[in-house]
Design a protein around this ligand. Structure first.
Ligand code: 5GP
Length: 209
């Protein structure tokens, strides 16, 4: 089956809802799907690698990229700047590769305006108590940061209606299979199929002589 071009999947969730782990498992288990590496001014957490988890850049570099129109979307989240490279998106989708954007709800709104055919998926934590517990267990943020992330989580959840699908991440395997199902189904949608493929198919079988 041939498709018109790569598809764009936007995945948002409050920080700590398990979105990054889910997206990593998803790209490892589905072919032809890649995760767009964002630019950020945030400092790397222990174990994070520049060019794999994010492109870690200075405020100055980030601002000059905004000025040059390098971002398909960008936003300030928890006092840091995050943005998606326009060039990477265009390169991937024009080569027929599907791209996942793991971005916040402000970024998702911008993508919705620019790429109306993108599909929007929201990962919901099972409860706010569990979300807070996960943030604490991560041990990467101090109390003030956890407080900020919990406030922001409520705001993000209020934006749920922007999204086409909602997945509750209570059980990881179940959430992953739901995420996969959504992507696999979207790949088969008629609007995403290249009509020339149907034309070629019809030419191959010319019917009874
Ligand atoms: P973290 O600092 O925990 O890695 O990410 C914080 C938040 O920033 C998450 O909600 C994540 O989805 C969001 N984020 C990561 N990259 C981007 C991006 O390129 N654009 C936007 N708008 N948000 C992003």
């Amino acid at each position: 089956m041939k498709r018109k071009s790569g598809l764009l999947f936007v995945v948002s969730a409050p920080s700590g809802a398990g979105k990054t782990t889910l997206c990593q498992a998803l790209t490892a288990s589905l072919a032809n799907l890649t995760h767009s590496i964002s630019y950020t001014t945030r400092k790397p957490r222990p174990g994070e690698i520049d060019g794999r988890d994010y492109f870690f850049v200075t405020q100055e570099r980030f601002r000059s990229m905004i000025g040059a129109g390098d971002f398909a979307e960008w936003a300030e989240v928890h006092s840091n700047l995050y943005g998606t490279s326009r060039r990477v998106l265009d390169d991937m989708t024009s080569r027929g590769i599907d791209v996942i954007l793991d971005i916040d709800t402000q970024g998702a709104k911008q993508i919705k305006g620019k790429f109306p055919s993108a599909l929007f998926i929201f990962i919901m934590p099972p409860s706010l108590d569990i979300l807070e517990e996960r943030l604490r267990n991560r041990k990467s943020d101090d109390e003030a940061e956890i407080g900020k992330r919990m406030l922001r989580a409520r705001d993000e959840i209020r934006d749920y209606a922007l999204y086409d699908y909602i997945i509750a991440n209570r059980d990881f395997d179940r959430a992953l299979s739901e995420l996969k199902a959504i992507i696999i189904a979207d790949r088969c949608r008629t609007k995403n199929i290249d009509p020339s493929w149907i034309g070629e198919l019809l030419q191959q079988s010319e019917g009874p002589a």
